[in-house]
Ligand binder design. Structure first.
Ligand SMILES: Nc1nc2c(ncn2[C@@H]2O[C@H](COP(=O)(O)OP(=O)(O)OP(=O)(O)O)[C@@H](O)[C@H]2O)c(=O)[nH]1
Ligand SMILES: [Mg+2]
Ligand SMILES: [Zn+2]
Length: 296
């Protein structure tokens, strides 16, 4: 019998599929022909599958709306970028890189600050100014000093309904801890980064989707760095929403906002309407992307 469902977990060659009709979990394997065609099913994939026996088989992966490489997941509506203040330290470069990757995949990013309790008052005040800048860019930002402020957690949870949400961000930022606060029954493993480094592993090893507040929410393994391999120099400026607001007024169409004359983006930067750190990171990423081209 042919059914449809969504992969919510993958464990060493098996895929747990949530049946659309029965809402039951079915353990499946991917048919050999996927491997031959080098198609790897991802958590989040909508699939056709067959489960007449104990074990089902994935027959077909339905077309993806989008997919991320890091973390590996498909068909996502929004990404919660869990951003730690300390241990690991806040890095605007890493945050912007994550945001650019998410924008590239047409997924809506939200920023969630963690570990601000580890900062002194002055450090927190400075970080708040920076994060308010991201709010100006148009992102929803959760920046309470207490990551687990009840009202804030409830507001976050409200965004999950009828969506597929992925928690992403640096290893040790507190993704699993935050999820445990949202759903007390999850009991996800968490660990201090010193322990993580000692083991040389990330605490969360797999992507899995959970049913929370009438939506699906994924915990994912963190990372320490990501690249911009899929992004072209032409596309990069379009992944900064605040640049897009002004780029129509640049003299040159396709202006990269670097050395071109009469660049509205650079004018707005000089006026303080674009964050210097975002612009600096933009130039840094543009360089990085150009250096990939030289190498290959
Ligand atoms: N002080 C403080 N510690 C936190 C906070 N959030 C998380 N932690 C701690 O940070 C450590 C890492 O948290 P995890 O939830 O395991 O981090 P993760 O993002 O899931 O990490 P990976 O699974 O490796 O990607 C744990 O020891 C948590 O207790 C916070 O808001 N404040
Ligand atoms: Mg984790
Ligand atoms: Zn320009």
């Amino acid at each position: 019998m042919e059914q449809t469902g969504r992969i919510i977990k993958s464990i060493s060659g098996f895929y747990d599929v949530l049946d659309d009709e029965t809402e039951e979990l079915v353990r499946t394997r991917a048919r050999g022909n996927f491997r031959k065609r080098k198609i790897k099913p991802l958590v989040g994939d909508k699939v056709k599958f067959d489960s007449t026996g104990d074990l089902g088989y994935i027959l077909e992966i339905l077309p993806r709306e989008n997919s991320l490489v890091r973390p590996p997941i498909a068909n996502i509506d929004q990404a919660i970028v869990v951003t730690s203040s300390a241990e690991p330290n806040f890095s605007s470069n890493l945050l912007d890189k994550i945001l650019v990757n998410i924008e590239h995949n047409d997924i809506e990013p939200l920023i969630y600050l963690t570990k601000a309790d580890l900062l002194n008052d002055e450090q927190y005040a400075t970080l708040k100014v920076t994060l308010n800048g991201y709010h100006e860019v148009g992102y929803q930002v959760f920046l309470d000093r207490d990551s687990y402020n009840e009202q804030q957690v409830a507001d976050l949870e409200k965004t999950f309904t009828d969506k597929v949400t992925v928690f992403t961000g640096q290893s040790g930022a507190g993704k699993s801890t935050l999820l445990n606060h949202i759903d007390k029954e999850l009991g996800l493993a968490t660990a201090a980064i010193s322990q993580t480094l000692n083991r040389g592993k990330h605490t969360t090893r797999q992507v899995s989707l959970f049913d929370i507040s009438d939506g699906l929410v994924a915990d994912t393994p963190g990372f320490s760095s990501i690249d911009l391999m899929d992004i072209t120099p032409e596309e990069l400026p379009t992944l900064f929403p605040e640049f897009l607001r002004y780029s129509g007024q640049c003299q040159f169409r396709g202006c990269r906002h670097v050395n071109e004359p009469n660049c509205k983006v650079k004018e707005e930067l000089a006026e303080g309407n674009i964050m210097q750190s975002r612009y600096d990171n933009y130039l840094y990423f543009l360089n990085e992307i150009n250096s990939y081209k030289k190498r290959y």
